[in-house]
Design a protein around this ligand. Structure first.
Ligand code: PGA
Length: 257
């Protein structure tokens, strides 16, 4: 955590909850937003509940950001079942998670696709949360740096320094997602430092110093404090623990302290 970067903690609700539960969870988090201290909070409900959650947040004039979990890169057209970036803006979204490992492995998203979506998000004023991370097999083969470098360069290709500055990156080792196996703070810090170095080379050291890099993968209130103490970890992308207000706020507190 570096004082100059506002810490950002986002809840990725994935394909969970129903409409009532989504609204209630958003209201519960909003009522206790003060516990997050200086950290910025973002909630990313399933697409069909974005409107409901947005309304729950707006009803209490909450500063919590609204986000989506994915989107198409085109603004409109014949793409059955897809959601367009301007539609998310229309619903009050300010963020969109892109290239989550589940999108990459289960839905075939490549770095080129993530890159097109990232550019598209920026063009409509959405802040992309671009996810990268290695599998267990890749880590064990000592390929973490190579894999993460390829993903970062590919996903952010062609962005101007001004655009790069606006992106949030989430480093999520695939082996830590939903498994209860969190990376050690040192393992995470090492990759975060690598990513910041890459941002310095593709943008500039100044740009790199501004970009927020979240850690994701089995973040819980009890491991968040040590993660938050690392110099290049600027927040968390939280799956399972974001479905409980107590746990999500416990994590937010660690980053906003
Ligand atoms: P997890 O998921 O916190 O349940 O490991 C994180 C993510 O997939 O973003």
């Amino acid at each position: 955590m570096t004082a100059s970067r506002t810490q950002i903690v986002a809840g990725n609700w994935k394909m969970n909850l129903d409409r009532t539960a989504a609204r209630d969870l958003a209201a519960a988090v909003a009522a206790r937003v003060g516990e997050a201290g200086t950290a910025e909070l973002v909630l990313c409900p399933p697409a069909v509940y974005v409107d409901t959650v947005g309304a729950a947040l707006a009803a209490v004039s909450s500063p919590i950001g609204l986000g989506a979990q994915t989107m198409h890169d085109k603004a409109s057209g014949a793409f059955t079942g897809e959601v367009a970036p301007p539609m998310l803006v229309d619903l009050g979204c300010r963020y969109v998670i892109l290239g989550h490992s589940e999108r990459r492995t289960l839905f075939g998203e490549t770095d080129a696709i993530v890159n097109a979506k990232t550019k598209s998000a920026l063009s409509v004023g959405l802040t992309p949360i671009v996810c990268v991370g290695e599998t267990l097999e890749e880590r064990e083969a000592n390929r973490t740096a190579e894999v993460v470098t390829t993903q970062v360069k590919g996903s952010l290709a062609g962005l101007s320094p001004a655009e790069l500055e606006k992106v949030v990156i989430a480093y999520e080792p695939v082996w830590a997602i939903g498994t209860g196996k969190v990376a050690t703070p040192q393992q995470a810090q090492e990759v975060h430092a690598l990513i910041r170095g890459l941002l310095a080379s593709i943008g500039s050291p100044e740009v790199a110093s501004k970009v927020r890099i979240q850690y994701g993968g089995s973040v819980k209130p009890d491991n968040a404090v040590d993660l938050a103490s690392q110099p290049d970890i600027d927040g968390a992308l939280v799956g399972g623990a974001s479905l409980k207000a107590d746990d999500f706020l416990g994590i937010a507190k660690a980053f906003g302290a």
